[in-house]
Design a protein around this ligand. Structure first.
Ligand code: GTP
Length: 599
């Protein structure tokens, strides 16, 4: 048991690759949490996929015991935060369990837009923010310049910022001392009635739902009967403890502490993230302020290639959604693709990750349709409608005003690339709000339609600036625009799954690009296949796939039987990924092509 004055709860705010995981590992090593061998793998990024992509996605925590130079031992609870712009909501969630944050900035790179955004979130939540200059071992590191940049761009005093190399360990002990000195201990009374905030919940096949909690008031013990505020359900705590980073059982968690709780909750919606736990005999305690609920920004249909997989697909989505408060889904039925789900994501990276996890971890074969943002419609009868699926758009004569979501976009970019970035923003129908010179960097603020931001803006921005520009964005407002629905027809049949909403000025071009790609991807049939793009009844583009008698083994000269077999096998596998539209089979690749339409 640690006295509450000796607890420090903190997060690390850092841009991707600025060294957060390396620094966390170094803390674990200094505080003796793991052996060197165990440390070999970066321990905090626990998901396979995440390690492959090298980005931190899920908030995790680790409890460390640090004996400071004053001889006192402190309990440090480090709550990990994800680095990618798609996941910045999880940052605010992790921050809400902390009293302090380390702002880690790569001293060879400088401040990045997203760190600025996250840093403001921390300051708004009254956290003590300590700037840290990392990678000072690199010859190109300029800690003094970067310290100035922190002061200029963020307005944070960086005079005492620690100079650290997470890689070599230089400066890390000094940083731990500063952390203990400057980050305040948590407030909270241990004799009060229990109030615990659920920071994260996930499903474990053996233990059921496990939740990461921050105890605000009171104490929670093994065997306690608890009450989940939002569901009104009671459960018995069968184990609880801390992460060291391995899961370690303890008997009690007290006000100020962060740890895990398992109460054999089997229903994955039984412990929602942001909810409050209390004891069953005090169900009337106040709900703690949760965190800003995030709304998905991008929606897409996901359909199992094999209709028999529908049930397991639904279960898999349910499990993923427990760990991911931002993942939204509801059943969707498509003429072309059958039964599936409409799924909401934070951005394209989020979508890709979910798709990959479903295919890899749950062994599902899925088709994902073109992603779309949420539009606001004012109808002629005066009602307002939100549409996240082009095929659900009402007829145009029923629409009074068609509005699209606009994002407020903040970009930091070195001067030499500012021209490229402005061109990109203009192409994406951006409206400049502000432009400011900050030392070597320029800060640009634009309002850009969300649809233009979420799809591939980040990648484009990176290539326009050789990787140097950084981005942060948030929903700002809905705004009227000339928007239309473009339908794709195959031999006269509308393919609902391929419909898209876009700006009128871009519609002809987009329609043409899609049709051309489709032409390459729709296999030749025994008859001509007409592929058309249309706005209402008006055809805006057309292509024909000429009839052909298909005989894939023709070029095998009849001799090599094994080769022939292989080809046939390959064709069979290809079939699995085919979908029937009217009398035409369409490969999955055709659907994906629509997703990748470039201007
Ligand atoms: N030279 C040097 N390299 C470092 C230092 N700290 C981290 N790195 C390297 O920088 C890269 C990124 O470090 P990570 O710790 O994975 O960065 P991160 O911020 O956790 O990245 P995400 O998990 O993707 O958000 C790795 O190749 C590290 O080895 C440092 O102090 N010096």
């Amino acid at each position: 048991m640690t006295d509450i004055t000796h607890i420090r709860n903190f997060s690390i705010i850092a841009h991707i690759d600025h060294g957060k995981s390396t620094l966390a590992d170094r803390f674990i090593q200094v505080c003796g949490g793991l052996s060197d061998r165990e440390l070999k793998e970066q321990v905090l990024d626990s998901m396979d996929l995440e390690r492959e992509r090298g980005i931190t996605i899920k908030a995790q925590s680790v409890t460390l015991y640090y004996t400071a130079r004053n001889g006192e031992t402190y309990q440090l609870n480090f709550i990990d935060t994800p680095g990618h712009v798609d996941f910045s909501y999880e940052v605010s969630r992790s921050l809400s369990a902390c009293e302090g944050a380390l702002l880690v900035v790569d001293a060879a790179q400088g401040v990045e837009a997203q760190s600025v955004g996250n840093c403001y979130t921390a300051i708004e939540q009254d956290l003590e923010v300590l700037p840290v200059l990392n990678k000072v071992d690199l010859p190109q590191a300029e800690p003094d310049r970067v310290a100035e940049e922190i002061e200029e761009i963020i307005g944070l005093d960086a005079t005492d910022a620690c100079h650290v190399s997470a890689k070599t360990g230089v400066g890390v002990p000094e940083l731990l001392e500063q952390l203990v000195e400057r980050i305040p201990p948590p407030a909270g009374e241990r004799e009060e009635r229990l109030q615990a905030l659920i920071i994260d919940s996930w499903f474990d096949n053996y233990m059921g739902v496990i939740s990461l909690v921050r105890i605000r008031y009171g104490r929670l013990k093994k065997g306690d009967k608890i009450h989940v505020k939002s569901t009104g359900q009671n459960h018995v705590v069968d184990s609880l403890g801390i992460f060291t980073p391995k899961r370690k059982e303890t008997n009690v968690l007290e006000a100020g502490e962060v740890g895990w709780v398992s109460a054999t909750i089997k229903d994955i919606h039984g412990a929602p993230v942001g909810d409050t736990l209390t004891h069953a005999n005090t169900p009337d305690v106040q709900m703690l302020p949760g965190f800003k609920k995030v709304k998905p920004q991008v929606y897409a249909g996901m359909f199992p290639v094999n209709a028999d997989d529908y049930e397991s697909f639904r279960d898999a989505l349910g499990k993923l959604a427990l760990n991911d408060a931002s993942l939204f889904y509801e059943p969707e039925n498509s003429d072309a693709l059958g039964f599936g789900f409409r799924v909401g994501f934070l951005g394209m990276l989020h979508m890709e990750i979910i798709h990959e996890r479903l295919e890899r971890e749950y062994d599902l074969d899925l088709i994902t349709t073109a992603p779309t943002v949420v539009y606001e419609l004012e109808l002629t009868d005066g009602s307002t409608l939100y549409v996240d699926n082009p095929s659900e758009l009402p007829e145009s004569n029923l629409i009074e005003e068609f509005r699209e979501p606009i994002a407020r976009v903040n970009i930091l970019v070195p001067q030499e690339y500012v021209g490229n970035v402005i061109t990109l923003c203009t192409e994406r129908r951006g409206e400049q709000i502000n432009m400011q010179y900050l030392g070597k960097q320029i800060s640009l603020t634009y309002d850009i339609p969300m649809a233009e931001v979420v799809l591939d803006f980040f990648d484009r921005l990176k290539s326009a600036s050789r990787g140097y520009a950084s981005l942060e964005y948030a929903f700002e407002r809905f705004q009227a625009a000339k928007l239309v629905r473009v339908d794709v027809l195959i031999n006269g049949d509308k393919v609902d799954a391929l419909a898209m909403i876009c700006h009128l000025d871009h519609s002809a071009h987009r329609g043409r690009v899609v049709i051309e790609k489709m032409k390459e991807l729709v296999p030749r049939q025994m008859f001509d296949v007409a592929i058309q793009a249309a706005i209402g009844n008006k055809i805006i583009a057309r292509q024909t796939v000429k009839a052909l008698r298909k005989n894939v083994t023709a070029k095998c000269y009849g001799g090599d039987v094994s080769r022939k077999k292989k080809l046939l096998q390959k064709q069979k596998e290809g079939k699995k990924r085919m979908k029937q539209v009217g009398n035409v089979e369409i490969p999955q690749a055709a659907f994906l092509a629509v997703l990748k339409v470039d201007d």
